[in-house]
Write a protein that binds this ligand. Structure first.
Ligand code: TRP
Length: 460
């Protein structure tokens, strides 16, 4: 590995950074609302199945590619495969740029809510649905908060892997777990909390539809930051003495547990106020503020402020990883100075995000895309990125099994893991990466594309 690239200082540093990449808006904003819409526990069941069967093997493979090549996403595919495979890495880097462009807009909303609940008078509103509708259409607030969020991300990434990415995650990840646990304990003590827990934990398998499976798969890939080279990038900064398989297991468990706990916090809150758990994306921004409002001015400020701070920390550890992917690429391939790269990318991505920002009503043409079944531009970009991730994951497995070759992955995984060659896990990874993942991910990706453009009701 080239010495001046830097590396994580320790195994813990890498695990926290990768878990930070994984834990994000996906866990705390998207997971609970998807679970709410897809029958609670039934969704959880499918989600866990996807993690175990499809995501864990992809994660191990992705980190192995990164560490073996010691380069950015494009450089790694080119080095272990050839220039044509390199384009798969480049495609992932572009996907990361688009993810960050809309992700930063939503992170800006969370940032604004945090500041205005903790220090302003947001909780004095009476209609939180209407408030959110106005909020996402207020251009000055949007510009201010989302630019602020991008600047914080850029400051951290510009400091490099150890002093920036690793140091920030070492503070924010423990803080995030702490706030989450405090909020769960509080929400479980509320009246009627157990109805929420039941909805969330007792599966009704008849609720599982094709939609549940699609949503579960897309969510699992997005949540674990898979399929676009984020973990190739972080993997390239991992020292050779580390055990990749067990690190991947810890990262998967850390991410899944945050999603699980977020549900365990949100549903008791929602049920305690007799609200509906099926509100979709509005759950966090419309339903929860109403609940914080009903808690009274002081408690609402503390619990509501705590919740949105949690959301900001989760988002920030992910925006860091999303910005790191194209940064590593430009630093490695084009040999440009890190600070120059980071600030130029931050500005560029902020501009790419503007259409998403104004797509919630400000610009009617972007609010209802006729070619996309009248949905808005932000949803369009987010959906396209979801598809890119599952397709990227599928192609990555094909790359490992049929181009790089599975014995090379074995070799990489056995470094820092003496028992690996003889383990059952090795057989499991061979079987899943060579057959199960490419096949299932391929078929599901095609179905998801059809679902997006034609609609599920028209497929069967
Ligand atoms: N995993 C993050 C979340 O759940 C989002 C994210 C960060 C991501 N980095 C990524 C998604 C890279 C895909 C690829 O919010």
């Amino acid at each position: 590995m080239n010495d001046n690239r830097g590396s994580f200082s320790s195994r813990l540093g890498f695990i926290l950074a990768a878990a930070g990449s994984a834990v994000g808006l996906g866990n705390i904003w998207r997971f609970p609302y998807l679970a709410g819409q897809n029958g609670g526990a039934a969704f959880l069941f499918i989600y866990l199945l996807c993690i175990f069967l499809l995501c864990f093997p992809v994660m191990v493979g992705e980190i192995a590619i990164g560490r073996a090549a010691g380069s950015d996403a494009m450089g790694s595919y080119s080095k272990l495969g050839n220039k044509r495979w390199g384009y798969l890495g480049l495609f992932g880097i572009l996907a990361g740029i688009f993810i960050l462009s809309f992700y930063n807009v939503v992170a800006g909303w969370a940032f604004g809510y945090f500041l205005e609940i903790s220090f302003g008078d947001l909780l004095n509103e009476s209609d939180f649905g209407a408030f959110f509708g106005n909020y996402v259409n207020d251009i000055s607030d949007n510009l201010f908060f989302s630019l602020g969020f991008m600047i914080i991300t850029a400051v951290i990434v510009s400091r490099g892997i150890q002093k920036g990415v690793e140091a920030a995650n070492k503070i924010m990840m423990p803080a995030l777990y702490f706030i989450l646990l405090a909020l769960i304990i509080y929400s479980l003590t509320l009246p009627n909390a157990m109805a929420g827990v039941e909805f969330y934990l007792i599966p009704d398998l008849s609720e599982i539809t094709a939609q549940t499976i699609f949503d579960g798969l897309k969510q699992a890939f997005f949540s674990l930051s898979l399929g676009m080279g984020a973990l190739i990038t972080y993997g390239s900064y991992v020292n050779k003495n580390q055990n990749i398989v067990s690190s991947a297991a810890i990262i998967s468990v850390a991410d899944t547990s945050v999603a699980f706990f977020a549900g365990l916090m949100v549903f008791p809150l929602v049920f305690s106020q007799n609200m509906s758990p099926t509100e979709g994306p509005a759950l966090v921004f419309m339903v929860l503020p109403q609940i914080f409002h009903d808690m009274g001015p002081i408690l609402g400020r503390v619990v509501g402020g705590g919740f949105f701070l949690l959301l900001c920390f989760a988002a920030l550890t992910s925006t860091i990883s999303l910005l790191e992917v194209p940064t590593t690429y430009l630093v490695d391939q084009k040999k440009i100075k890190r600070t120059t790269v980071v600030w130029s990318l931050a500005l560029l991505i902020f501009i790419v995000g503007l259409p998403s920002m104004v797509s919630q009503g400000m610009v009617p043409a972007l609010n209802k895309l006729s070619f996309y079944r009248d949905r808005d531009f932000l949803t369009f970009i987010a959906d396209m990125c979801d598809i890119t991730l599952t397709v990227g994951g599928c192609l990555m497995c094909i790359f490992i099994a049929y181009k790089w070759k599975i014995h090379n992955m074995d070799h990489e995984l056995s470094i820092g893991n003496d028992g690996y060659m003889k383990s059952f896990l090795r057989k499991y990874l061979h079987f899943t990466i060579s057959y199960v993942c490419p096949l299932l991910l391929g078929v599901l990706s095609i179905l998801i594309i059809l679902e997006k453009f034609i609609g599920l009701e028209n497929i069967w």
